[in-house]
Design a protein around this ligand. Structure first.
Ligand code: NAD
Length: 292
């Protein structure tokens, strides 16, 4: 193995929701490694901002402003990227989102919106990208951004969790269906990650100065439940996406990679006041005051 093993020069990457957070980071990490990048993004200023940053890295950028919940928009955007750049090697199905509410209180309009955002966007992009990859004859890499909530119960987020679980199994199924074309299909499954979305910035160009900062109580809650003791940063997903896009992952397909600081592995164990790992009822009963 040599130091040039991650080289995406000449590759073309398409990212949905690539203007902010994890999608933006995937776009920029791919450009860092040499790829040209097309993004589909709902907020035009974010689109322009990422395109500028990709070009500043010496790569070509294509910014398409549009709504990834609309299958026609997504399919046209993928086709445009392939037309402009002449090929398509990597599809990062990143767009997604959630609002919290008990399932029985969700209006049909709301749960259909969750499905359009988290599932339909992915199906539309994948269906548009695969024939282009097959025709290109160079294989390809599809990277689905799912969530830890696709692998565990997520009370208050039922439809989101159902969509992400669906994406996990779509990942495995398409890995098998597309293997003979040399198209690898994998997913990354983050836990809580600092992004404009999780920090309350839903409009305008990405500006971390506008993000809500976590309170000390929120930081402590994260430290207790995430083994690595902190929230993720978006670039930590971008780096894993680069690995999955690269030759380093040439024999990796059908996997769901947790990028979660160890939360999935911890299976519900949390840190108590003494930094011991305990299961929650014990955490509740063994407070600092009750320790010997
Ligand atoms: N951040 C987390 O803690 C976390 C945890 C688990 C999974 N995820 C998943 O990661 C993905 C990205 O999340 P994020 O936190 O980076 O989100 P974010 O809200 O910070 O950024 C998403 C970007 O996509 C754009 N976007 C939203 N809806 C769109 C649409 N309909 N069409 C086009 N663009 C649209 C937004 O404008 C924004 O720029 C999602 O699939 C999410 O479910 C995030």
């Amino acid at each position: 193995m040599d130091g040039t093993v991650i080289d995406l020069t000449g590759k073309v990457v398409f990212v949905t929701g690539g203007g902010g957070g994890i999608g933006r980071s995937i776009a920029l990490c791919m450009a860092d490694m040499g790829a040209d990048v097309a993004i589909l993004e709902a907020i035009p200023e974010r689109c322009d901002q990422v395109a500028e940053l990709v070009e500043a890295r010496g790569r070509r950028a294509l910014c398409i402003a549009g709504n990834a919940m609309d299958a026609d928009v997504v399919q046209n955007a993928v086709a445009e990227a392939a037309r402009v750049f002449g090929r398509l090697d990597v599809l990062a199905n990143n767009v997604g989102g959630v609002s919290r509410r008990p399932f029985v209180d969700l209006a049909e309009k709301n749960w259909r919106r969750h499905i359009d955002l988290n599932l339909v966007s992915n199906l539309a992009a994948t269906q548009a990208a695969v024939p282009i990859m097959i025709e290109g004859g160079n294989g390809g890499s599809i990277i689905n951004v799912t969530s830890i909530e696709g692998s565990r119960a997520a009370p208050g987020y039922a439809v989101y969790a159902a969509c992400k679980a669906g994406l996990n199994n779509l990942t495995r199924t398409l890995a098998v269906e597309l293997a003979h074309h040399g198209i690898r299909v994998n997913a990354i499954a983050p836990d809580f990650t600092e992004t404009p979305g999780t920090r309350g910035q839903f409009a305008g160009p990405v500006d971390p100065a506008l993000w809500h900062r976590p309170t000390p109580q929120q930081e402590e809650a994260i430290r207790r439940r995430i083994p690595l003791g902190r929230a993720g940063i978006d670039e930590e997903c971008g780096r894993v996406a680069v690995f999955l896009a690269s030759e380093l992952a040439s024999y990796v397909t059908g996997t769901i990679i947790p990028v979660d600081g160890g939360t999935w592995a911890s299976g519900g164990w949390v840190r108590n006041d003494r930094d011991d790992w305990v299961l929650p009822p014990e955490a509740a009963s063994r407070t600092k005051e009750s320790q010997p």
